[in-house]
Ligand binder design. Structure first.
Ligand SMILES: [Zn+2]
Ligand SMILES: [Zn+2]
Length: 273
């Protein structure tokens, strides 16, 4: 089992980090956790062709995790794939995919007008709850609830296969339920959205940058909490992702190592773990 961090960024556009997306490979099966900005281009970099885009597991409906769903849906169809696009995600995923197909309708019909007998693209959506999402051929994928209020539900995903486990946190504040579901995992890929690096602009919805930082830090994991979460999960390895543009990888690693004795890697795009 292997994971490739396709995108290790956060909502702000960052030339060095694409939006959140992680490719998990178990034997000959692949799954994409989240479809942040640039997910398709990064999959090509990782050797996956558009007609082979894997099923997508959406953690939650923040746009930094879903913005490229439409691009993936249409680019696999343009490349020739007629099988339904498989998407798993929280309640609301079906409606979001229907809206995407409605928005893409004009493009789809323009393209079909000079194709021969081509059916339009379709999506096969499974709305998940906490527990087993998929189990077959010695592989189990589970969804578990994380704490990202007011986003409810928000999930992390656990992959079990070939005697190994990988856990992807999604977006969450430090979360006891995640620590339970991730107990003893070989790899914990955990977010760290360091809000002290956020920007502020008049009209952004918070009267001051201090208030914005306080508010957003309460639903993400900050550097000083990373080690406590990894230690609580008894993870064998911690991989940090979802970095803000101003975050310093060395500082994040040092912060995590204050409370966690295992190996810590701070993610870079296309890092294999
Ligand atoms: Zn989020
Ligand atoms: Zn996010």
């Amino acid at each position: 089992m292997q994971a490739i961090l396709l995108g290790t960024g956060a909502p702000p556009p960052n030339p060095r980090r694409r939006g959140p997306a992680t490719l998990v490979t178990i034997g000959d099966r692949r799954f994409l956790v989240d479809a942040g900005s640039g997910a398709g281009a990064q999959m090509v970099q990782a050797g996956v062709r558009p007609w082979d885009w894997p099923p997508v597991l959406v953690t939650h409906h923040h746009s930094d995790h879903t913005i490229d769903l439409g691009h993936l849906l249409i680019s696999r169809w343009i490349a020739g794939q007629n099988r339904p696009f498989e998407v798993y995600g929280p309640a609301g995923t079906r409606a979001q995919m229907d809206r995407l197909l409605a928005w893409l309708h004009l493009d789809i019909e323009l393209r079909r007008a000079h194709m021969h007998d081509r059916p339009p693209p379709t999506a096969e959506v499974v709305e998940v709850e906490e527990g087993t999402v998929l189990e077959r051929d010695g592989l189990r994928i589970s969804a578990f609830l994380v704490e990202h209020d007011p986003v409810r539900p928000a999930f992390g995903y656990r992959f079990d296969g070939q005697g190994q486990t990988i856990v992807v946190s999604g977006d969450t504040r430090p979360c006891e339920n995640l620590m339970r579901w991730a107990q003893g995992t070989d790899v914990l890929i955990h977010e760290c959205c360091e809000m002290r690096h956020t920007s502020w602009y008049p009209g952004c919805g918070w009267p001051s940058i201090e208030e914005k930082i306080r508010d957003l830090a309460s639903y993400h994991t900050q550097p000083d909490d990373l080690g406590r979460v990894a230690a609580g999960a008894r993870a064998k390895r911690l991989v940090v992702t979802h970095l803000m543009p101003g975050s310093d990888p060395g500082e994040l690693k040092a912060a995590a190592e204050r409370q966690y004795r295992g190996p810590v890697s701070v993610g870079e795009d296309l890092l294999e773990v």
